[in-house]
Design a protein around this ligand. Structure first.
Ligand code: TRP
Length: 557
């Protein structure tokens, strides 16, 4: 196994290097492009407030769990997840947690690179003065026709961006990733702080501050809330392999909770700073705060075109955005590359080139979504829309759910405790409860509603004839209750290594026998021996592994 994770090359050389790389992964298009437009469209302060709650109550606990699986498994995600599962006498099919990571990161990078390409292109156009006299109509036309509409242009910048990413990753952890973040992250920070100071001093600072920090909770819709949770996950790089892969390179003596806290705080800080850089200008020049995805590429250039020195300020802004995207892209390529290295024994440079090439080719589908194939739509829209939907709305919540449930419920509690160091027992308990109870419910809810699976689940369990509500909020609530009441018995049985009972409980969901689920829970709590007898009767293997101490120890449940 050439370049296995155990070799000294595959660990971070210092805590700072690890934190910089992880912050580099987290801080990206999500912070500077997506967060501001979602705040703008989601009504400002209320969105920011709920976003903060989600980052620290749901994102942070999952980040600790994901780093934990990576470090303990000490390998590329699928291998790591399988190893950790085996260590807790769990089935090797838990490797799916890692597969979601490798495959998810692969597909996210395929379109991430295309959008990063737009940023590179806007940087060059601003610096060369080509966006000097822009009207609102011209700016829309410029984005959709002149840039997006041209296959050659989008394709060219996508190519350049992927070449840069592959080049860095090919050079390895120390020579590539670490080197890159040590130069790029300070540059990013200086540019961002410069932008914020400039914006606050020349723009409408007061209005921007009120917009970002004065929550009007009445403005919040179910949609905004789900959006905020999805954004928190995307922005923290969770559940799609990046954090698990970076976790594999973390030495045993770093405290995971402390590192995760720094990463989450830095990521959130940058998102808010990006808001402070953008909104004073938006208000100053009378632009639309809720412009949507075009906020940065269509709206903001209008401000750059009008302001004195806009060439420099605008150029600096798009440079900042491109750097942020690059340090995220390397974390999206790394899962594929480390898997190719460790599982297939391919040398690093080769793995980076082949992995990058495959992602690049898939990315051409997203390039064409802006031009040649802009009206080829199916299911959720263009090719890009579909890839975005599957990765962000299906794989990310499912992966997060899997990580939370696996670590809180299925890993050996002693193993978990030994990885989560540097925090008090009380904090540890709080983390475990958030991870075991709050995160699964929140992630199940987001999965149901953003993937549309709530309709499906409710239709399946609707044999009792309650009907499926047309109101999305109501449907979300129902689906979440279904999850808690009906999937839980099944998980409980699986956790105690009774696959037949797990199946029975699951069938109960599908058949819509709600009372059976409840009865199951009741009997389970009071007479586990009865259920064990049932299981025997169902023909379980008597020698199935039973780990002592698992039944009553402190894991969630
Ligand atoms: N977090 C990055 C951003 O905000 C994107 C990103 C990098 C990512 N690696 C990831 C998203 C892994 C999901 C999973 O732009």
């Amino acid at each position: 196994m050439a370049g296995a994770a155990g070799s000294p090359e595959k660990t971070w050389s210092s805590r700072t290097a690890f934190i910089l790389a992880a912050v580099g992964s987290a801080v990206g298009l999500g912070n500077i492009w997506k967060f501001p437009y979602e705040v703008g469209a989601g009504g400002g302060g209320a969105f920011v407030l709920i976003y903060l709650v989600f980052v620290f109550a749901i994102g942070l606990p999952v980040m600790i769990a994901e780093l934990l699986v990576g470090r303990r498994g000490h390998a590329a995600p699928p291998i790591a997840a399988e190893t950790v599962a085996a260590g807790s006498q769990r089935h090797k099919s838990w490797a799916w947690l890692g597969w979601i990571g490798v495959i998810g990161a692969f597909f996210v990078l395929s379109f991430y690179s295309v959008i990063a390409g737009f940023s590179l292109s806007y940087m060059v156009e601003t610096l060369t003065g080509r966006l000097g006299d822009l009207t609102p109509e011209a700016s829309v036309k410029h984005f959709t026709d002149d840039i997006g509409g041209s296959f050659a242009i989008v394709f060219g910048w996508h190519t350049l961006f992927m070449v840069l990413t592959v080049f860095i990753v090919a050079r390895g952890i120390k020579g590539g990733l670490e080197q890159a973040v040590t130069y790029l992250m300070p540059a990013l920070f200086v540019l961002l702080v410069g932008m914020v100071i400039y914006s606050l001093s020349v723009g409408e600072a007061g209005q921007a501050l009120r917009f970002l920090f004065q929550p009007r909770l009445a403005d919040l819709t179910t949609d905004n809330i789900l959006q905020a949770l999805g954004q928190a996950f995307f922005s923290l790089s969770l559940a799609l392999g990046a954090i698990m892969t970076y976790g594999a390179y973390v030495p045993r003596d770093y405290s995971l909770p402390r590192s995760a806290f720094i990463i989450a705080a830095a990521d959130t800080g940058v998102a808010i700073l990006a808001g402070l850089a953008i909104f004073p200008l938006v208000f100053q020049y009378g632009l639309e705060a809720n412009a949507g995805p075009g906020l940065v590429f269509i709206t903001l250039p209008l401000a750059f075109a009008e302001m004195p020195g806009g060439v420099i300020v605008g150029g600096a802004f798009f440079l900042l955005l491109s750097i942020a995207a690059l340090t995220s892209a390397i974390s999206l390529l790394e899962p594929t590359v480390s898997w190719l290295e460790e599982k297939r024994g391919i040398a690093r440079a080769k793995a980076a080139v082949w992995g990058g090439l495959a992602i690049y080719l898939v990315g051409i589908g997203s390039v064409m979504s802006f031009n040649v194939w802009s009206d080829v739509t199916f299911w959720r829209g263009t090719v890009l829309d579909n890839i975005d939907f599957i990765t962000n709305n299906v794989m990310m919540p499912l992966g997060g759910l899997g990580i939370a449930v696996f670590v809180a419920w299925f890993m050996n509690p002693e193993a978990v405790r030994s990885e989560v160091t540097g925090i008090s027992d009380r904090l540890y308990k709080a983390w475990l409860n958030l991870l075991g109870f709050v995160c699964p419910v929140a992630l199940a809810a987001i999965f149901f509603s953003v993937s549309g699976a709530d309709r499906l689940v409710l239709r399946i369990v609707d044999l009792a004839g309650y009907g499926v509500s047309d109101d999305p909020g109501e449907r979300l609530l129902h689906a979440t209750i279904v999850f808690i009441v009906m999937i839980m018995p099944s998980l409980l049985a699986a956790r105690r290594r009774h696959p037949q009972l797990a199946l029975l409980a699951f069938v109960n969901v599908v058949a819509g026998w709600q009372p059976v689920g409840w009865l199951f829970c009741l009997v389970w709590a009071h007479r586990p021996d009865l259920l064990i007898a049932t299981r025997r009767a169902m023909g379980a293997r008597a020698d199935a592994p039973q780990s002592p101490g698992d039944e009553h120890s402190g894991s969630a449940g």
